[in-house]
Design a protein around this ligand. Structure first.
Ligand code: DGL
Length: 257
């Protein structure tokens, strides 16, 4: 299968990392929209236009399906994109349902971009599953720019997180939901601040399972070997330092848990 993925930047590597583990013998085409990162502070109309360009590009490469490896673009554009394209467009949403279903009587904190925390899609999801009113939402836009610099545990990151989480009492929370694909990279810093008992979950496995079902249903065959091509807003990445940066981020995800 030829699988396209896109995000505003490096965040979707979280999904690519899970995809490589679950479907290790496929051809991946990863599109980082570096000309327009961040998405989380932009308008719905802008994100629709950028997402449209990304999917149009990935479709032109012959992708069998595209994963929107970005919660923000999923909430702003998934419905619109699915109507426009004939190839399957798989979205990602914050894993609020698994977090609630896990049980427990402490609270659940969903961290995401300002657009995701504001949009109807997430509010509808929370209204549907949060019967006991345990779920709180918090926007952490600053993490996206730190992540794009490859900065995950600097004093500035800790200072930003401490300030942003100052009203969160760790003793009242047991689950942290990553509602932005950039945020997994900060698992260590978040654990240091929220304490060792906090459980962290994301929606990446569910997204890849969904992709797999769609591809099985369409009768798509495995490529038989892994390949990854990277693009920045439609330009193929060939320079060694950027390729090494992406490789190092996939490795970081292996170790950051
Ligand atoms: N990684 C993205 C998400 O999952 C968007 C981050 C951004 O560009 O603001 O929401």
């Amino acid at each position: 299968m030829k699988i396209g993925m896109f995000d505003s930047g490096i965040g979707g590597l979280t999904i690519l990392h899970t995809a490589i583990r679950m479907l290790p013998q496929e051809a991946y085409f990863y599109y980082a929209d570096t000309d327009h990162v961040p998405y989380g502070t932009k308008s719905v109309e802008e994100i629709r236009a950028y997402s449209d360009a990304a999917i149009g590009f990935l479709e032109s490469l012959g992708c069998d399906a595209v994963v929107i490896a970005c919660n923000t673009a999923t909430s702003a554009a998934a419905t619109y994109l699915r109507e426009k394209y004939t190839i399957p467009v798989i979205g990602i949403e914050p894993a609020v349902k698994p977090a609630v279903e896990k049980g427990g009587n402490k609270r659940i904190l969903v961290i995401a971009t300002p657009l995701t925390t504001r949009e109807k899609k997430l509010h509808d999801l929370v209204d549907r599953v949060d019967n006991q009113h345990q779920v709180d939402l918090l926007a952490l836009p600053g993490l996206v720019s730190f992540a794009e610099q490859g900065e995950f545990d600097s004093p500035a990151v800790y200072a930003y997180l401490k300030e942003s989480l100052k009203d969160i009492d760790p003793a009242r929370y047991e689950t942290l939901v990553f509602g932005c694909t950039h945020f997994n990279h900060f698992a260590k810093a978040l654990r240091d601040i929220l304490g060792p008992n906090i459980q962290m979950i994301d929606g990446s496995e569910g997204t890849i399972r969904h992709l797999q079902h769609r591809m099985d249903a369409a009768g798509k065959q495995s490529e038989g070997k892994l390949s990854i091509h990277y693009y920045q807003s439609g330009r193929e990445v060939n320079d060694t330092s950027t390729l090494q940066f992406y490789e190092s981020l996939l490795e970081h995800l292996e170790n950051v848990k």
